[in-house]
Unconditional design. Structure first.
Length: 193
């Protein structure tokens, strides 16, 4: 039997989902949802992970435009996790801090080396999905950090599952008792060195 991303034939396929996003966006988004439901719960990560935006689901016809501008609009480069503390933060381009300081002058940052800075802390736990009933996920809760006063971080929860060769995540925003998916992303552990 053929294996794809650690899943048996007939199961959702990450590369198929990516291809469908270009040909039939709704079918691609449906395939990503199936992958999330079929994935396994990863252990608490440790170390640095690169992040890749897969698709935005903001709506209002803005997704293709925002995705095309993603390099400018989304300055984050990865996430750093500490499995021992269950905490982590976003790694962004250093230039993002200047913009962040305009809106949140006292938001803390961590030096991540040349041209990089750590911002937007989160708590990492295993728990039930906010969006998919009965689904356990690795939850990255940015709402738990009082320094995350700016949108989207103050309302952001990422939910992550293991789909084989990478982790697949959905970015959720909680507001006024509603939960809304605003995007999909992948995480892969960065090689040491």
């Amino acid at each position: 039997m053929r294996e794809t991303c650690g899943m048996a034939e007939g199961q959702p396929d990450f590369w198929r989902a990516l291809g469908l996003l270009r040909l039939d966006r709704q079918a691609g988004l449906t395939e990503l949802d199936k992958l999330l439901r079929a994935g396994s719960v990863p252990p608490l990560p440790d170390g640095e992970f690169t992040i890749r935006l897969v698709a935005l689901t903001v709506g209002y016809g803005l997704d293709p435009v925002l995705e095309a501008l993603a390099g400018w609009l989304f300055p984050w480069q990865g996430l750093r996790f500490s499995a021992s503390t269950g905490r982590g933060h976003t790694i962004a381009k250093a230039g993002a801090v200047g913009l962040l300081r305009l809106f949140a002058p006292h938001h803390p940052s961590i030096d991540e080396g040349p041209g990089r800075v750590g911002i937007a802390p989160f708590t990492a736990t295993i728990g039930p999905s906010l969006l998919v009933p009965g689904r356990e996920v690795l939850r990255l809760d940015y709402r738990s950090a009082p320094e995350n006063r700016l949108w989207p971080f103050r309302d952001l929860v990422d939910e992550v599952v293991d789909i084989g060769e990478r982790l697949l995540g959905q970015a959720l925003v909680t507001s006024r008792g509603r939960i809304r998916r605003i995007g999909w992303f992948t995480l892969q552990q960065r090689a040491a060195g």
